[in-house]
Design a protein around this ligand. Structure first.
Ligand code: NDP
Length: 330
């Protein structure tokens, strides 16, 4: 594309009146430095994108900023040895959409070190149906596996189950043979969660109260995207030698927990970060996603919209009203 050709972008700026957001036309000259230019074909919305667009949390730390922490597209120019024009690529995180201009635009200029080649067997739209939420769910599954959590040892809990991380986690874990207990605040989504492979659906209020130091042992592992009292309850009800992967804060950032499960049951709390995860870990997660995520279930989880819908979706994802994952077509 000629460098002077305009493309559409969602731009967040900051003035005296605070954060403002508007659609605009930019050219490549408006983008930030990088060694690979990508024609963006698909993006998605994650919880963090909701925070950036609404300004509810100081996610954006450089202005003006194009939000969008995930993108898939085709390389148009490259000065990076690993990429050439025509390569399909995927980007998740690395501060893109926060400190480096992101995915809600026709074009992106990025560091090649941040990119991965699109995994074989997944379409660009499917990579965004997975997105940071799904790739984080896979990182959490890998963490449970690394701590010896296997289907023969007992069930696993997934909290925030009807959300993005949760839905992909339920689908992945059930495919791997786990008995999945899905916790949700939306009992109306019980059939949806069971169709993804949940064996049991529990009301999230069950895990929202003040946790006991040691609760009844109910699961050998858990993937928690909710934090706060829910995470504390998940830990206190984890079986001897089990592990809990903590990746989110939809309920809150606090952790009103006791050390008892750690020192009396040898429970492990594994922290999951997708944003700065090294490339080898990303490639391992995406390779496993291509292998272990049932495509029909991924389709069931996914709703597709044009990019222009993203501002409407942002408050909805923060309110926990979006089921599963969204693909944005650019
Ligand atoms: P979603 O909004 O899609 O899902 C979050 C889910 O959490 C909701 O669907 C809801 O599930 C549940 N939930 C929402 N509010 C509450 C509440 N007050 N109390 C209990 N449960 C609640 O977001 P994502 O799946 O994209 O992200 C989930 C979390 O993971 C976010 O906090 C996000 O920031 C974090 N995250 C972290 C990453 C990392 O690298 N560590 C990467 C990606 C995401 P239900 O309706 O089923 O109850």
């Amino acid at each position: 594309m000629p460098p002077t050709d305009p493309f559409k972008a969602l731009l967040i700026s900051k003035g005296d009146a605070g954060q403002q957001i508007a659609w605009t036309e930019l050219t490549l000259a408006d983008l930030m430095p990088g060694d690979v230019t990508v024609a963006v074909t698909h993006s998605t919305i994650n919880y963090k994108d909701g925070l950036a667009i609404t300004g509810k949390s100081p996610v954006v730390r450089r202005f003006p900023m194009i939000p969008g922490i995930d993108l898939a597209g085709i390389v148009t120019t490259s000065e990076h040895a690993d990429f050439k024009p025509g390569d399909p690529v995927v980007l998740n995180g690395w501060g893109v959409g926060e400190t480096h201009m992101g995915g809600y635009a026709g074009m992106a200029r990025l560091k090649g070190d941040w990119l991965i080649h699109k995994p074989d067997g997944l379409s660009p739209a499917e990579t965004m149906a997975i997105g940071t939420a799904g790739y984080t769910a896979m990182l959490a599954v890998l963490a449970l596996e690394a701590h010896g959590v296997t289907p023969d040892r007992g069930p696993v809990l997934v909290t925030g189950a009807a959300g993005g991380v949760g839905s992909v986690a339920v689908a992945l874990l059930s495919k791997l043979g786990f008995k999945v207990i899905a916790s949700t605040g939306r009992p109306s989504e019980s059939d949806y969660l069971k169709s993804l492979g949940a064996a049991e659906v529990i009301e999230r209020s069950e895990l929202a109260g003040t946790p006991r130091a040691l609760g009844k042992e109910r699961w050998v592992g858990a993937i928690d995207s909710v934090g706060s009292a829910t995470l504390a309850n998940a830990i206190s009800q984890t079986m001897y030698g089990g592990a809990v992967a903590a990746c989110g804060l939809a309920q809150g950032m606090d952790l009103p927990a006791s050390v008892a499960p750690f020192i009396l049951r040898g429970v492990t709390l594994a922290g999951i970060d997708s944003v700065m995860a090294p490339k080898t870990k990303r490639i391992a997660a995406w390779t496993r996603l291509a292998r272990d995520l049932d495509r029909d279930k991924l389709g069931q989880i996914t709703t597709t919209y044009p990019l222009e819908k993203v501002q409407e979706l942002a408050p909805q994802i923060l309110a926990g009203q979006i089921r599963g994952r969204v693909v944005l077509e650019i």
